[in-house]
Structures are given as C-alpha cells and as structure tokens.
Design a protein around this ligand. Sequence first.
Ligand SMILES: [Zn+2]
Length: 210
Amino acid sequence: MEIDYQSNQQTGGFSPISFTCPHCGHKGIFHQTVNHVLSKDGKFRFGAVVCPGQECKSVSFIITNYEDKVIQVFPNVLIDFDKSNIPIRIIEVFEEALKAHSVGCFVASAIMIRKTLEVIAEDKNSKGKNLQERIADLGSKIMIPKELISAMDELRLFGNDAAHVEAKVFENIGKEEVEISIEFTKEILKAVYQYEDLLSKLRGLKKKEN
Ligand SMILES: [Zn+2]
C-alpha cells in the first residue's frame, strides 16, 4: 500500500470508531490521538487510538477503510475465552493457538489446538498409547457430553492434517475451519474445567438445611 503523508486537517480525521481493545478486551468507542496517514489511493487510513477504558488507556494502531470500518488492529485482537479454573499450562498452549489465528497462521493454530487436547489429556491423567486412546479414556473418566468427545476426536484429526505435508481428512485448513475448532475447544475447556465449579457455586446458593 503506497502512503501519502497528509495531516487530518487536509483529509478529515477518523470518526470515533467502535472496536474491541486488544489490551483489555473491552469494546469501546475509540478516538484518534494523533494525526493519521492516508494511503495514496485514499482508500485506507492509518492512525493511533487510545482505549477509553479508565483502567486501560492503552494505545493501539488501526487501519480503517473509507467507510470507517476497521481493517486491521495492532496489537492483534485475540479471540477471548474464560480462563477460570483452567490450569496455566493449558491456558498458555491454547493462547498460542489464538495468537497464531489472530495473525492468519491457521495451520500453526490447528497444530496448537491439537496440542491443547494433548495437555488436557495429560492433566487428567488419561491413559492410552496415542491421543485417540487418551481422548476415549478421558470420556470415560469425566462428566462430559459425548458430542464433545467426538469433537475432540475431529480436532485431533484436524491437527494431524495440519502437521503433515498432505492433508488426509480435511479439505482445507483455513480461517473458517480454525475458528470452528477454537469454538469447540472453548466448549471442551468449559466442560472439563468449569461445569463442576459452576455446579458447586449453584449448590452453594441453596439454604443450609436442604
Ligand atoms: Zn483497553
């Protein structure tokens, strides 16, 4: 993209823009902080914005198009997930999958999603000589819908395809496939680490004599 340096006095500034802050994860209305730069063809604007969150106030760099639609944000916005009750090692591996996805490295993301399953199985002491057996063992050990165990098996195959030169099972490993895989992994994490916690909280709300 060729850049033509002009100040916003000449080109009109950003309109306030709504997007999710990559630093704190909150959605807000962002205003530009410094003069932006317009691409030579006039189709894109580059600029810095500051998060309106009182606790955050972090600076992000954005590219918008002529309709003020955000095209790119730096740092990249990661898909959010609930980390409560999830072991730190598993959070780290899954976050790496999300980081890879946020920069368009979908094959790398698929491999890290498979690794997320491996660390879940390891954390729950699942037995078996390969991941397929360990997933089946996990299903017999913990309270988890059988659909999610099937999903784990699909994600295992997806990660296998990503790790090898020739994909055998899946047609393509792209944005859509990875985003569906991420959604399923979030559900699996919920089922493995959060249902029980939520249930005990719910039970804690009951009257003592019950
Ligand atoms: Zn923020």
